[in-house]
Unconditional design. Structure first.
Length: 181
């Protein structure tokens, strides 16, 4: 009986170590519940990759329309010792909008633009998504990043719908550089 008990215990330890989530990963992905009622631009999923050359964040929405009044903020944390984000890419969510990468203080962008290689691509219709790509050099080539996404929609001028992912002023898990993003 003892050898069987020892074998069972050993198997359980090995299985637990295989299923345990790593403290760091090269990508982060989460689905977001339908929790921004009153806005068609409800965030439904976020996927982030921290590659050797770029940080790529893809945000999928319930219904991304070309005439939306909503805006998007993609916060990037490169220093876990500091509170809030170090960078934020801000953008409208309508056709013809512009976007800008700035430094951040806490959870707000500053007037200090980051002059480097980054872009945002909008996919209307079936894909309903925005893909943000930021060169790692823009972020001073960090070993890890964390991301947080905020959508704000002034639906009728009197009420503002806000949707955060993963949660209000919360970060993804640390994402290590590695994938070819």
């Amino acid at each position: 009986m003892r050898p069987r008990t020892a074998l069972t215990a050993c198997s359980a330890v090995v299985l637990a170590s295989l299923v345990a989530a790593p403290a760091h990963a090269e990508f982060y992905s989460t689905s977001d519940p339908a929790d921004a009622s009153g806005s068609l631009t409800d965030v439904r999923a976020v996927r982030a990759k921290h590659g050797a050359g770029n940080v790529v964040v893809k945000v999928r929405f319930q219904d991304l329309t070309r005439s939306s009044a909503a805006g998007l903020s993609v916060f990037i944390d490169t220093d876990r010792g500091e509170k809030g984000a170090e960078y934020v890419l801000s953008s409208g969510l309508n056709d013809g909008t512009d976007y800008v990468l700035t430094t951040a203080k806490g959870w707000r962008g500053t007037d200090e633009r980051v002059e480097c290689d980054y872009d945002a691509k909008y996919s209307w219709g079936i894909k309903n998504s925005v893909r943000v790509r930021i060169d790692r050099a823009c972020l001073e080539t960090p070993a890890t990043v964390r991301v947080s996404v905020k959508m704000a929609d002034p639906t009728d001028g009197s009420t503002r719908v806000v949707d955060w992912s993963p949660e209000r002023r919360r970060w993804s898990l640390p994402i290590e550089s590695g994938l070819g993003a």
